[in-house]
Write a protein that binds this ligand. Sequence first.
Ligand code: NAD
Length: 556
Amino acid sequence: MSATLAEPRVIRAPRGNELSCRGWQQEAALRMLMNNLDPDVAERPEDLVVYGGTGRAARSWEAFDAMVATLRTLADDETMLVQSGKPVGVFRTHPHAPRVLIANSNLVPRWATWDVFRELERQGLTMYGQMTAGSWIYIGTQGILQGTYETFGAVARERFGGSLRGTWTLTGGMGGMGGAQPLAVTMNEGAVLCVDVDPRRIERRVQTRYCDRMTDSLDEALGWMDEARKSGTALSVGLVGNCAEVLPELVRRGVTPDVLTDQTSAHDALVGYVPAGLSLEEADALRASDPAEYQRRSMASMRVHCEAMVQMQARGAVTFDYGNNLRGQARDAGYEDAFAFPGFVPAYVRPLFCEGKGPFRWVALSGDPADIHRTDRLVLELFPHDEHLRRWITQAQERVEFQGLPSRICWLGQGDRAKMGVAINDLVASGEISAPIVIGRDHLDTGSVASPFRETEAMKDGSDAIADWAILNALVNVASGASWVSFHHGGGVGIGNSLHAGQVIVADGTPEMRERLERVLTNDPGMGVIRHADAGYETAIETADAQGIRIPMRER
Ligand code: NAD
């Protein structure tokens, strides 16, 4: 990294509707690359790190500068090729082709380990692109809040008739991602008790209005939960405590929540999880003096934590794993029943994937919040009967602060994404929206990811590790005319564990883009519908039939 240490570079995307490139397609890629490194968006912009460990937007500052310079001169019939965050070529293509093609962090399977990857990264040959860091469509914490809102919304629909009103949820962890849980539950109208061992984590969530109250008294917390549940009030409470102590105590008392999950950093026994019986200071001291003993205690505590969850599940709590590998750690610690409760994807997210639903998002290139507010109204106009969507949009307007260029996310499915994209393009054409809108999504989507520990865990036909789907997704997005397309390895769950694709398309108000939007936003989620139909999911087969998606071996 060549940034001068004395004076770190501060990158912000240009605003307004004046072009610094030769067309809006190139301008959009330029602004979104820069927006990913905006200090209000990125976690460590000085190191080009956007989020998720070391997920980068560019490999080096030289590569960043070269990409910016190339985008500024790129013609409307040229395509820039990016190899793990470095621009490596420009080819003449055609006006409807993507302006940028990106491949990040890919390794031949036999070499796909962290050790090999880190060595190649050290040599400057690759970078870690995560999912939306290296594909220039990260929008800050709104993404995790919405994803968590969707998961609890799916729990509400499947188990409690559509709302969490009158229920209470128990969970752990209020860190970077887990901190979205209290607000996501109250947005679904429920009460939630969130246990974190570190009071500073809870305080931060109270200050930013993600959590309503905090206490270090279990009795007080339970009293509040009881009142909220009885009166049907949405309430979030942070309890200072260790899950491996609090949960067994609740089991002893015979207290059972309606919904139970966990987002402590259980995936990391040394730096993530805090063992029972230690203060934070004692934990820090033991981690430094005797890491092996720390991990032994941490694993033993995770076993106790997981055992208590399984006991509460047996007493009726709707219980699921939230992607932190608590079950795997507990099993490694000798607990055979650790996998008694399911992961959140097979249990709650997959049914949404079967309808082509996933984290659809858009960004106003003008930088003007009024443009996003107009799209918020558009969502309510287009989908007036979707109560879950209305609740999200209304509360997001009130509670979510924009980071970098104003943006919005909501989960839309097959048919609705195309409808929304075309309608946004029409608003840009009529001038109701002041500059083009970029439309994209996470790689964690219905038909774009192969990830056996998360998105494709426990597929009905056992096809968890089949990655052809993710590659077909990237190819069909190129063929359909997305503005930029990316193919990555290792996002979310790490090197060796996932392959995934992304697409972004620019609604610039032209008739050509209207056509491309219709096509891309039909075919991209359509990949998820056919992937799940192929695996034998009934809802996906019904969605394909209802939406007229052709599946050759199902045609008579
Ligand atoms: P983080 O490290 O920022 O926060 C973890 C929190 O857990 C900290 O506040 C810590 O104080 C608390 N904690 C640790 N041990 C505890 C204990 N024994 N009792 C109570 N609190 C304890 O991590 P994060 O970014 O919030 O992510 C949390 C976990 O969720 C990670 O394992 C991550 O991989 C996983 N995750 C999964 C998904 C997904 O699959 N959708 C998404 C996001 C995060």
